[in-house]
Design a binder for this molecule. Structure first.
Ligand code: ITT
Length: 239
């Protein structure tokens, strides 16, 4: 990295360790990472917005605002340039009119009318996957189309920005839902999701291939492009 460009710190606003791992693997080590493991006392944002963008923006903005209210925060975030990065993502299944969507992490907990129970956490991946397979049991192969969507929200926290206006970046990966779970890699719905143009699930394809084509990879490519365009990241090898 040229000397004129100080290293950027990104505080990833997630409690999902798989997301942190994927973001680090995709964006690489030009960025220095922190996560909510470094700020365990940070309050959890209520993810009650109807869209991925709304929830991503809320998670990033609320963490940035909380950090701003902490005296000495700057000493816990290294470097001169720092952002909060939030990821809201999920699976949209066409035969279910876009469900589980923003409720992907707690699909197994929804009531009959599709409402999440108040104040509950996420459901185990295996239960969400079982519910999805059960709802699709009579749906034939050609109608099992689906996509993963990821929206990232990036808010600058250092130097402090009074407005906390964030940038949004979206990525989509088209595919279909298999008849049963296959593979052990990844997380969430990966064992059920076959990306378009492939015969194997995300969980079978492995991290390297998933991180090349996933919804998260596509959103991060847009984020990288934007940070490069404003001089916060050096041009990548692919540009
Ligand atoms: P944070 O809110 O703390 O970031 P979370 O896991 O609750 O963590 P979301 O509310 O964004 O995150 O829910 C995302 C859910 O969507 C996740 O739990 C999975 O069930 C699913 N999901 C998102 N990306 C996925 C991926 O790459 N592979 C498989 N499932 C994914």
């Amino acid at each position: 990295m040229p000397q004129t460009m100080p290293q950027l710190t990104m505080l990833v606003a997630t409690r999902n360790a798989h997301k942190v791992q994927e973001i680090q693997a995709i964006l690489g080590d030009t960025v220095r990472y922190l996560s909510l493991r470094d700020f365990p006392e940070a309050p959890a944002a209520a993810e009650d917005e109807p869209t991925f963008a709304g929830n991503a923006a809320k998670k990033a903005r609320e963490l940035a605002r909380w950090l701003q209210g902490r005296p000495g925060m700057e000493f816990r975030i290294p470097g001169v340039n720092a952002y909060v990065l939030a990821d809201d993502s999920g699976l949209e299944v066409d035969a279910l009119q876009g469900a589980p969507g923003v409720h992907s992490a707690r699909f197994a907990l929804l009531d009959k009318s599709g409402r999440p129970p108040a104040g509950s956490g996420n459901a185990p991946d295996a239960e969400n996957n079982a519910r999805l397979l059960q709802l699709l049991q009579d749906v034939p192969q050609e109608r099992r189309t689906a996509r993963f969507r990821c929206v990232l929200s990036l808010v600058r926290v250092k130097p402090p920005q009074p407005a906390l206006a964030g940038q949004l970046f979206e990525g989509v990966c088209e595919g279909r839902i298999d008849q049963s779970a296959r593979g052990t890699g990844g997380f969430g719905y990966d064992p059920l999701f076959i990306p378009a143009g492939h015969a194997r699930s995300f969980a079978q394809l492995g991290a390297e291939e998933k991180n090349r084509i996933s919804h998260r990879a596509q959103a991060l490519a847009r984020l990288r492009q934007w940070l490069t365009s404003i001089g916060q990241l050096p041009p990548s090898h692919h540009e």
